[in-house]
Ligand binder design. Sequence first.
Ligand SMILES: Cc1ncc(COP(=O)(O)O)c(C=O)c1O
Length: 429
Amino acid sequence: MFDQDLVNKIRAAFPRAVKDFTGRERAFFDNGTGTLVCERAAKAEAKARIDYSANIGANFDESQKAKETVKAGREAVAEFLNAPSGATIVSGESATKLLFDVSYAIGKECNGTENVVISELEHYANVSPWNELVRVGKIKEVRFARMNLEDGTLDFDHLQELIDSNTKVISVTAASNVTGTKIPLERVSSLAKEAKAYFIVDAVHHVPHGPIDVQKINCDFLVFSGYKIFGSHGSYMYMNPEYMENLKPYKVKPSAKSGPFKWESGTRNQAMFASIKGVLDHFLWLAEQIQSQYEGKFEENTGNRRAYKIAMNASQQYENLLSKAVLEGIDDVPGLLSIPDVKIFGITDTNRLDERDPTFAFIVDGVPNEDIIKHLWEKGGIATRAENFYSYAVEVYKQLKVNRISLVQYNTLEEVRIFLKTLNTICNK
Ligand SMILES: Cc1ncc(COP(=O)(O)O)c(C=O)c1O
């Protein structure tokens, strides 16, 4: 758990945690759309851009360093995800693009009879690639496992019912980018393995909020994006090595015939790898600050892997504290649960916080979303937004847009208090 001193140190590690570039003090609650950058990541990215800006593959120092930067980035990501090696990590422009790439390659194996099972909690990055396979006749249909409307959780029994011998892929989000609800990945994985279907995880929303272990989840592919976890744009996908070799992505003839380079069209951006390594170094620093609290814990892992687990576990616990305050209130300021006319989409039971990330979508009866967002910014300095967030779940809830706040490790209870106080003033008019 973080104490106040550590929260202050974490905020100091993010140059814009307190004030924006204009000098305005504000609380950044738009993290689900893209987090603020941590200083280590920004500096590492700038260094790679300036000092190692040559392309890889030559004998001079800049090129050698660029190559080392890409390799070190892949290895750090692998350790963070508990993947077997850096050679199992593919990078891409975005998670959306990587999911399109995988769907394209899988589509080549299909004959128009197969189905793909996803859920109603998905971001469209994990919907459209599969719909596209239907459109071009590679698969027969995309099946959507229902979401329980009252708490935004997956209807697991329905997911199970949708799987049959023609299920080629099961692809789900680790957590909804709107309701924050997590999907029980290991349970879904067992079903996928039984059905001999590829199992894909979209971890884009969940990645800054808790430990991820691709071996424990037993997934074949898992994707996340650097800009959602304190780094730069650019995304990373763990791939089961067997499938990395056997599937046939788009590629130009002279490029590598195996390994991650086979999947990566064009040359790599070394600064992006430097950035993600900077982010992961931030977590190693964080783990050092709290390791005394974890004596005797997570001892199945050692070194950096254990440190990542400690850092992400502690973040999760701290974020649960923020979530509890969002829902129940803080000091004498009522929380979302007791503000009149607020409707929350997702889990609201504070005994179930481990089933959700600290992401809250809500509307207020009688107050347009635009007014809420404007009021929060102008009166409270709360930076957030209302959108559909490219989320299928927003459609299921029959909304065009919802207000969303999403919190991460640099947010504070005081910011939550200001948010609630400001929201209360517009709701109680
Ligand atoms: C759950 C989820 N998946 C995928 C994406 C798309 O990520 P990218 O912008 O890297 O394509 C997002 C972006 O908001 C997301 O929240």
